[in-house]
Write a protein that binds this ligand. Structure first.
Ligand SMILES: [Fe+2]
Ligand SMILES: [Fe+2]
Length: 271
């Protein structure tokens, strides 16, 4: 990478749950998601060149996993976002936050986006050194799968049209088409086809980066490259028709280098 380029990192599915550990489905392993994110942050701090910013790709906090029997309030999410904020204070760069299906919008906004009204959806665009970046909010309250509502799709169309002159990267938590994971494919972005239609009309969008699937994927559709990034905690190793199998780590994250509008990327696993 020359002086003309920049680097960012995509950290996703951090699943911080203050006061508890993640008991992995189908096993008796207790996984400490705080500890795994701290290890990731240490590795990010050592990157050379350093990242200009981080995108946090959703499922940032998930105390709901400790209380599956009921819906938690924003106040009950607050300690987990506070813990996340404390751990991410160790990053060498600023962070942009996204919603996942486990997140709570009000608690996320209060803790991580204090400049935003507490009920404003968490989608937005920003620019860095001539590249445009768009973070979408595919969360739907009470649902494990995701959707982009009509207002957000209309905003996306306007935002992409207004940045036609710029190479653009779009981020979304849920995967927009079947990935071949039997269990994960029960909770995709339900209207992924509508998102794909919009992106197809905007040739300056060449990359779409997602989380949610706790695994690394690279899928090419026409001119669009879709990447998914492993979780900073547990990883999905395989799925069957009846469920999923998770492994306790290794923690992972994605590094993206942008140079003259061209992107290259690799995934780092922390062992
Ligand atoms: Fe997740
Ligand atoms: Fe998710």
């Amino acid at each position: 990478m020359t002086d003309d380029g920049f680097r960012f990192v995509h950290l996703t599915d951090t699943h911080i749950m203050a006061g508890g550990t993640w008991r992995i489905r189908g096993g008796d392993v207790e996984f400490d998601t705080d500890a795994s994110l701290r290890r990731v942050v240490e590795v990010v701090r050592a990157l050379d060149p350093a990242p200009a910013f981080a995108v946090l790709g959703g499922d940032l906090a998930s105390p709901d996993i400790l209380h599956r029997e009921r819906t938690l309030t924003a106040a009950e999410y607050a300690p987990s976002y506070a813990r996340l904020k404390e751990i991410l204070a160790g990053l060498p760069c600023r962070a942009h936050y996204m919603m996942g299906n486990h997140d709570n919008l009000e608690a996320l906004n209060r803790a991580l986006r204090p400049e935003a009204p507490v009920d404003v959806p968490c989608y937005y665009g920003f620019d860095h050194d001539g590249t445009h970046l768009v973070a979408l909010d595919s969360h739907e309250v009470g649902h494990a799968d995701g959707v982009l509502d009509a207002a957000q799709l209309a905003w996306l169309e306007r935002d992409l049209s207004a940045h036609r002159d710029r190479p653009t990267i779009v981020f979304v938590h849920h995967h927009p088409w079947p990935l071949g994971h039997a269990w994960m494919d029960t909770m995709p972005l339900r209207n992924g086809a509508e998102l794909m239609d919009i992106l197809a009309r905007h040739a300056h969008v060449s990359w779409l980066i997602g989380g949610h699937v706790h695994s690394e994927q690279v899928i090419q559709r026409g001119a669009l490259t879709m990447l998914t990034t492993p979780s900073t905690c547990i990883q999905l190793s395989k799925t069957t028709a009846s469920g999923a199998h998770f492994d306790p780590g290794p923690p992972g994250f994605r590094v993206v280098d942008v140079e003259h509008g061209r992107l290259s990327s690799f995934v780092v696993h922390v062992r």
